[in-house]
Design a protein around this ligand. Sequence first.
Ligand code: FMN
Length: 392
Amino acid sequence: MIDFALKEFQPLRGKNVILATTASVSIYRVPDLVRDLRREGAEVWVAMSHDSARLVSPEMMRWASGREVVTELSGEVEHIALLRDKNAILLIAPASYNTIGKIASGVADSVTTSLASNALGNGNPMVVVPAMHLSMYSNPVLQRNMKMLREFGVRILDPIVEEGKAKFNPSVPVIDEIIRTSSTVRGKRALVITGRGQGSIDPVRIIANRSSGETGYWLSRALYRIGFDVTVIGNSPRDLPQQIRFIHAEYVDEFVEKVSGVLKEEFDLVTVPAAIPDFVPAMSEEKLKSDGHVKLELTPAPKIVDLIRKMHSGILIPFRLTVTSEKNGLAHFEKSRPDGVVVNFYDQAGQPFGDSNGSFVFETKKRRKEISGINKEEACSRIAEEMAGMVQ
Ligand SMILES: Cc1cc2nc3c(=O)[nH]c(=O)nc-3n(C[C@H](O)[C@H](O)[C@H](O)COP(=O)(O)O)c2cc1C
């Protein structure tokens, strides 16, 4: 029985996740993680190490997963049976220092380590989410063990370091890492320039635009999910998962500076779902007086897409917001000669800002494809597939 709302777009639909816990205090977050994985469409089974079942009751996990929880191995050979489907993903969250060490040494003396021993031999994708005190996380033995597991193809999610602890941060990073286990893109780098650009009128006032940054947020995650290593420059309505490198920029000159700096590195794909202003005001050094009229003079801002093209010879795909009647998005970018352009349209009702609208047109010299989704998450997953097809 599902007694909570499933998401409208469920990228984990059809995925079986075996979530094995260990005795790290972060286990208190796991019931939420289980529910979030199910909201995304996954089927979840929970297995618990003996010590972790002392920290959180298996009854809680039974409630969260809607299934019996494995706390002991029996004649049912649960560590084999749960992973019989080779596509089933073994997620160890949280992963203790102890369990990571045991897996790396080939020890299988708990439900969790036994599942790991079978997953590594059977070829199931495995995602490990370490969580412990920073001193334990910095221990060279743990670092060596994690390196060894990575060499065996295990994905280890870097923790968030806060308050002297290496914490795991459900659920967004875990969800994206699980989707990435079936990625098609390998070893490619994407740069996403996103968000709302602004200019200063005086030390306290800005001129901005209505862009929400939703498209860039979902496109960055979609590109990561599909297998790109992703760098983002700009601003985002919500925190991006820690696997995505994020460089903050808000003002037009900041965008120019950060983009020029980062493009000294090589990228296979640069895409620009950003609303960087076409005009910027001349900034007054003093706060403008609040009585009376003020005349603003706006001067053309540097064209970021042209700047990118001067430094980047790989695939370049800007976005273009336009009125419905304007048909050709590519023609707008004559100077920068992009490889494609993603067009979306605005109307009087305030579309396409925010997350509700997922209508785009993907345009290259050869073709024009309408892309739509229930929301921007779904539409961006399709746009990311188009982009992946162009870098392969
Ligand atoms: C209250 C409590 C909190 C603990 N928190 C952590 C932790 O955050 N990370 C960790 O690696 N070990 C932690 N430990 C130590 C592990 O529980 C211990 O190494 C245990 O043997 C792990 O067993 P398992 O890996 O089979 O679950 C904690 C222990 C207790 C009692």
